[in-house]
Design a protein around this ligand. Structure first.
Ligand SMILES: C[S@@+](CC[C@H](N)C(=O)[O-])C[C@H]1O[C@@H](n2cnc3c(N)ncnc32)[C@H](O)[C@@H]1O
Length: 224
């Protein structure tokens, strides 16, 4: 299945589904990431929100930076079209994959990616690209869903993850998209492995479990 297809299918309902599936918690997680990255950010900084979807994280930076300094990028146009309606103040929308970014070297002070890294086709290439477009000491902030940590592998949680998530999604959208969500998270790497992969290009500044001992994890990495 082409990576962006599930998001084409659910673009119009993505925000509603995100609120339902996370019980609204994704908003608090995104604010935590913004808090970790925005302290001391100068007005002259440029920020890229990669795998922006409908632009939530890009929009948070409007509190700190002029709109022309905030860039949002995603390969899925229907997702970004929803974002353009929600945040007309944001002007810089780019159709692009993380593996091939249409920006010059050392262009950004901060790159964010929330719930997008698990969709990358080639993480090494994507991390290399992100490091390329970041200034020296620039920061890469990530929120991601990882496989269920060992301590949550008890029966009721597994049943909820296996059947509850797609059933919930089915109430509002096409089942396939939510099976995809569950399966990409279940087959994804642990936060420990992600840290190892990032260390090729970045120093890890912060790693914080936000839910379930690491099921949702925030990572801030600094370009070496
Ligand atoms: C789960 S959504 C996350 C959207 C948003 N960041 C959020 O947190 O609500 C994942 C996004 O990753 C995008 N995506 C898929 N493959 C990608 C790639 N190779 N590079 C960048 N983004 C990608 C999808 O189009 C989709 O919009």
């Amino acid at each position: 299945m082409p990576v962006k297809q599930p998001f084409n299918e659910i673009a119009k309902k993505y925000d509603l589904l995100n609120d339902f599936m996370s019980l609204g918690l994704h908003r608090a997680w995104k604010n935590s990431l913004f808090g970790a990255l925005s302290d001391g950010l100068p007005q002259s900084a440029r920020v890229l929100d990669l795998a922006t979807g409908t632009g939530d994280v890009a929009s948070l930076f409007l509190k700190r930076l002029p709109p022309e300094r905030i860039f949002a990028a995603d390969p899925c146009e229907p997702m970004m079209n929803e974002g353009k309606k929600k945040y007309p103040e944001l002007k810089q929308w780019h159709c692009a994959m993380a593996e091939s970014l249409p920006f010059e070297e050392q262009f950004f002070s901060v790159v964010t990616c929330t719930f997008g890294v698990r969709n990358f086709q080639d993480r090494t290439l994507a991390f290399q690209e992100i490091a390329r477009v970041l200034k020296p000491n620039g920061k890469f902030g990530i929120l991601e869903i990882h496989p269920i940590p060992q301590k949550l592998r008890y029966f009721p949680f597994r049943i909820f993850w296996r059947y509850g998530i797609p059933l919930w999604g089915r109430l509002f959208s096409r089942l396939r998209a939510y099976e995809y969500l569950r399966d990409t998270a279940a087959q994804f790497i642990s936060p420990e492995v992600m840290v190892e992969e990032l260390q090729r290009f970045f120093e890890i500044e912060e790693r914080k479990p936000l839910l379930g001992g690491g099921l949702v994890t925030l990572i801030v990495a600094k370009k070496r």
